[in-house]
Design a protein around this ligand. Structure first.
Ligand code: HXC
Length: 257
């Protein structure tokens, strides 16, 4: 399927989604919101896909929401079009998503990266929440996810000053999973996505849901939820196969193959 603002492809069981508005540093406009969600939903519904890799260009993962498109919108139009709420639909995607970030990840771009499950950064990556400089606040999780990831003092500083941080600082404060040399970003992120895509689909989906719940639930509730999911997975064909394969010293043949 051809899209206006993104490129979509597959590599084995990995769904590849590339943001593709190079002239605007991949600024997130309304069309891109619809394209990204449609592609993510397509991959999510495809049993042949076990992991999604979301990436931008070398210069920019995404430089934020499209300021030129937002500039003249009224409150009513912002509410109707729901720029930020629209992106929150990503929370319904059950397939693990790896973000590969090179260059700018600013505003909505930083928020989009944080909405993914694993964040691999090139050493050229730069993160920031510069909305304050436009007279607005973050709108797709920048104040909430960032505070949970890096703590209140650092999130406050980033959101209140709009200061950009480099990949090394992002790594140090826990914003990213891993930093790699820019030349290795494509291979390193694909390797992670392939590894996940090669696992049991029922297990990886359950694990994604479990770890995401850790951000919302109390420890006691989270542990109870984990126990239920853990017990539930004993009903799957993959659990029987995975354990048999271990005992028989052979690779597992997951039910998706
Ligand atoms: C629209 C953008 C854009 C954006 C860059 N461009 N960011 N267009 N919206 N967010 C366009 C520029 O206008 C320019 O096009 C082209 O991309 C190249 O950008 P330059 O500014 O010339 O590049 P450079 O000097 O290298 O500076 C890079 C930059 C800067 C530091 C990333 O572009 C920048 O500050 N961008 C805005 C970042 C930002 O404020 N993001 C937050 C947006 S609010 P033309 O054609 O003019 O040359 C937000 C809210 C999220 O994200 C809400 C929930 C979704």
């Amino acid at each position: 399927k051809a899209y206006e603002t993104i490129l979509v492809d597959t590599d084995g069981r990995v769904g590849l989604l590339t943001l593709n508005r190079p002239d605007a540093l991949n600024a997130l406009n309304e069309q891109m919101l619809h394209d990204v969600l449609d592609a993510l939903r397509g991959f999510d519904a495809d049993e042949g896909i076990g992991c999604i890799l979301l990436r931008g260009s070398e210069r920019a993962f995404a430089a934020g929401a499209d300021i030129k498109q937002m500039q003249h919108l009224s409150v009513a139009e912002m509410v109707e079009r729901d720029w930020s709420g629209g992106w929150m639909a990503m929370g319904a995607i059950r397939t693990p998503i790896v973000a590969a970030v090179s260059g700018f990840a600013l505003g909505g771009g930083c928020e989009l990266a944080m909405a993914c499950d694993i964040l691999v950064a090139a050493d050229t990556a730069r993160f920031g929440q510069p909305e304050v400089k436009l007279g607005i606040s973050p709108g797709f999780g920048g104040s909430q996810r960032l505070a949970r990831l890096v703590g209140k003092p650092r999130a406050m500083e980033m959101c209140l000053t709009g200061r950009m941080i480099d990949a090394a600082e992002a790594d140090r404060i826990g914003l990213v999973s891993r930093v790699v040399p820019a030349a290795e970003l494509a291979a390193a992120s694909l390797e992670i996505a392939r590894t996940i895509a090669g696992m049991s689909r029922s297990a990886t989906r359950a694990i994604k849901e479990l770890v995401n719940r850790a951000e919302e639930l109390s420890l006691a509730e989270g542990l109870r939820f984990e126990r239920q999911v853990f017990h539930g997975l004993f009903s799957t064909a993959d659990r029987a196969e995975g354990m048999s394969a271990f005992v028989e010293k052979r690779p597992a043949r997951w039910s998706h193959r």
